[in-house]
Design a protein around this ligand. Structure first.
Ligand code: GLC
Length: 750
């Protein structure tokens, strides 16, 4: 009862102040905020103690599902003492309600907790990993997937997801490529927007929307050697043209929080980097949300060698307007002393707490702290058929057909016996990927289950695992080989374990782990036609398979609906239309290998020695960016530009005719690239500008239109001025980044 009395006093106090203070719009760096909320916060700040303010700046993990190296078992006590304003890795309506009750009913001011969780590609209904979602080239669908994830999470007490991860990366050795939308800045920007829209919706007060986070700011995907947490040393031009655009896109879409990256940029750890956090994020972009660190990344600035001690690191972070300390609890411990020494100011702390409390008001937590923790709503929301239907649609669209020699696929219904082999054939755990939130393995439809859901009554499925992921034992080979020899088709499901990609999972090789490739070869030697199903969180080096195996299906990690999606593709119920959002290297030695490379002065020429190539490996990748086959074929004709000369105020209308020349209905992703032939700085040989996934019936022809505005072609010139230069621009349109029709126009500045 005591709590309600105090809450009543606070509310009365706030209302009184509101009546006194004139309501006026708060313009904070160009984004109008609700002045009434600001007034409520400012009046609350006047009665908060320093420790209570620092508590709001402290985020600690529940021990439910650890996601980092350091765990504290005192998180509930911190909440009880008003020293923690957010808890992450706690979920479920009942558990979050219990923790919320501690904050609301046992602390002096009863300020509600914020609950955060890594809802990266689904909450309980698990979608394909983000790299696979990008392979759909269907942002509207991925917005819908994010909406679904938000609805499930919000029904389970979660207010905030640490997603979307918008780190461009050109390096498949980096395990977190699995969480990204691949190598292209434009693609990552498109999917960043879609995911922010999906998670946050149009009203954070709604019970099916949650706060989103643009992470990891910034350039985390540029780690040298593809080694997680490693140094990032890139030019400001590359930072601004490649790694920042998806973050800017997320903010343009209204993302409420940013998370700092573990890496340094230009010698300064991102968590204390004022160029990134103040100059660009706050001053240039006008970001008004709050910034949370990554897991213990404030004290890690001491380890980086950027601060002499944790107090200096805490000061560095606060001066960079980092608002919330994830898991390290150094703000709570060190800021009081820094304040006394005059190294920081109370105003800085108030600005930080104001940004954090603003989101709690937006979520409606001050009206009803328990509104997201409703077991009844949770029960009726989780894993409903609509969500499972959406997950199946995403999974099917994410599948990329890499090879289909002599149209081995789709499999006919009258096959008598199918051998299903390999470590991923009957696995319900790894297909959920490395960030599975509340996902449960028992919900997964395995490949075997999916095949059994779709086979005709004429077909027998026989499963033998035959080989493991890492174990080099070949004991299971013999039985599997005999089964394959005695079958009409051998489906071999190989790849990585879920935790071989994701965080702290960089690899120095890209080969199939263990002895899986040797297993594949022995199955191939039986002469039974082989369909390879590849499941992994990154492109793998499958050159031998590409030379020998007739059909190869890239199934990434497809989540809860894995088996149904693959079975629909294999039996022709769905014609695959996915395209690679990342280049597939032929050899790991080619890395980094990406489509928007520079031409250099001696571009590769296999027939001429003094050119940029390898003498002991192919120079071209195995599969290019944007590549993916279909059961049908598409032809491109009649690329047209409506102007030959463009001024900066014009818009160029580009059209191309696309025909489904085969006998299956199918999806095609029509891709638009441009190339600036010459400028004051060299430009990539091509840059993705737009794309459209279309569906065509057999024999159908359609005209696909794109509209290109010169502002999309801007770049940072030799003086780091962002703009345009006159010159010739090539327009390239096609089915992937290599097979394109080409036209050109002149861009003429006045
Ligand atoms: C991890 C990850 C980050 C995640 C956070 C909380 O270290 O780097 O992506 O959101 O901790 O789990």
């Amino acid at each position: 009862m005591i709590k309600q009395k105090q809450m009543y006093i606070i509310t009365l106090f706030v209302l009184t102040l509101m009546w006194i203070l004139p309501a006026f719009p708060i313009i904070n760096a160009g984004v109008e905020q609700d002045p009434e909320i600001i007034e409520k916060i400012d009046s609350l700040l006047t009665i908060m103690s320093l420790e209570e303010k620092l508590g709001q700046m402290t985020l600690v993990s529940s021990s439910f599902t650890p996601t980092g190296p350091v765990l504290r078992d005192d998180f509930k006590q911190l909440v009880r003492e008003g020293k923690a304003g957010g808890i992450f890795n706690a979920f479920g309506a009942e558990y979050t309600r219990q923790l919320q009750q501690i904050a609301v009913e046992e602390t002096r001011l009863g300020i509600p907790l914020l609950f955060g969780l890594d809802v990266i590609h689904g909450y309980r209904t698990i979608f394909p990993i983000p790299l696979a979602e990008a392979a759909t080239w269907d942002p509207d669908l991925i917005e819908k997937a994010s909406e679904t994830a938000a609805a499930e999470a919000a029904a389970s007490g979660v207010h905030w997801t640490f997603a979307p991860m918008v780190d461009v990366t050109r390096d498949p050795r980096w395990g977190r490529i699995a969480e990204s939308a691949g190598e292209d800045p434009f693609m990552n920007s498109v999917f960043a927007r879609a995911r922010v829209r999906g998670f946050q919706g149009d009203d954070l007060n709604k019970l099916n929307t949650i706060l989103a986070t643009a992470k990891h700011y910034a350039a985390y995907g540029a780690a040298e050697g593809g080694r997680d947490y490693n140094t990032v040393d890139i030019s400001e031009r590359v930072l601004r043209e490649v790694y920042l655009p998806p973050f800017k896109a997320a903010w343009d879409e209204g993302v409420r929080t940013f998370m700092t990256a573990f890496n340094e940029y230009d010698g300064v750890p991102a968590t204390g980097n004022r160029f990134l956090l103040n100059s660009i994020l706050r001053d240039e972009w006008g970001f008004t949300g709050f910034v949370v660190t990554d897991y213990t990344s404030i004290p890690e600035m001491v380890t980086h060698g950027a601060a002499v001690d944790t107090a200096a690191a805490a000061a560095m972070a606060l001066h960079a307007n980092v608002d919330m300390d994830m898991q390290a609890v150094v703000y709570l411990e060190k800021l009081p002393g820094l304040l006394k020494e005059g190294r920081i100011s109370e105003k800085q702390i108030d600005n930080t707490v104001r940004r954090i409390l603003y989101t709690k008001f937006e979520l409606g937590l001050f009206d009803d702290p328990y509104r997201y923790s409703d077991t009844g709503r949770e029960e009726e929301t989780i894993l409903n058929q609509d969500f499972l239907g959406t997950a199946l649609e995403v999974a099917k669209k994410a599948i990329v057909l890499l090879k289909n020699e002599d149209q081995l696929l789709p499999l006919s219904d009258d096959i008598e016996k199918i051998a299903v082999l390999g470590p991923l054939a009957d696995d319900n755990f790894h297909p959920l990927g490395s960030w599975r939130a509340a996902g449960r393995r028992e919900d997964t439809v395995t490949l075997i289950q999916g095949l059994n859901n779709y086979i005709s009554d004429k077909t027998e499925i026989v499963h033998i695992r035959g080989v493991d992921f890492r174990d080099t034992s070949k004991e299971g080979f013999k039985e599997a080989v005999e089964l394959a020899r005695d079958s009409d088709i051998a489906i071999v499901a190989v790849g990585e374990e879920a935790d071989m990609s994701g965080e702290a999972a960089s690899r120095a090789t890209l080969i199939l782990p263990g002895v899986q490739e040797e297993f594949l070869k022995e199955i191939y030697e039986t002469g039974t036609p082989v369909v390879m199903i590849l499941m992994a969180g990154r492109p793998l080096q499958i050159t031998w398979a590409n030379d020998n195996i007739p059909a190869i299906v890239n199934a990434w990690f497809l989540g809860t609906q894995t088996g149904n999606a693959i079975a629909e593709v294999l039996f022709g119920h769905y014609n695959p239309g996915g395209k690679l959002p990342v280049t597939y290297p032929a050899e790991v030695g080619q890395v980094p290998v990406y489509y928007y490379h520079k031409n250099t002065g001696r571009p590769k020429d296999p027939d001429y020695r003094f050119t940029s190539k390898y003498i002991d490996a192919p120079t071209s990748p195995l599969y290019p960016f944007g590549y993916g086959l279909s059961y049908t074929t598409f032809s491109y004709d009649d690329l047209k530009l409506d102007k030959n000369v463009l001024t900066p105020d014009d818009t160029l209308h580009i059209s191309v005719s696309v025909t489904n020349a085969g006998k299956f209905e199918g999806d095609e992703v029509v891709q638009l690239y441009t190339r600036t032939l010459a400028a004051s700085v060299t430009r990539p040989v091509k840059e993705l500008r737009d794309f459209k996934r279309i569906t065509l019936a057999p024999g159908e022809t359609t005209t696909v239109d794109f509209f290109l505005h010169p502002s999309q072609l801007r770049f940072y010139d030799s003086g780091m001025n962002y703009g345009l230069e006159s010159g010739t621009i090539k327009v390239l349109v096609g089915t992937n980044s290599i097979d394109v029709l080409v036209a050109e126009f002149e861009l003429e500045l006045k």
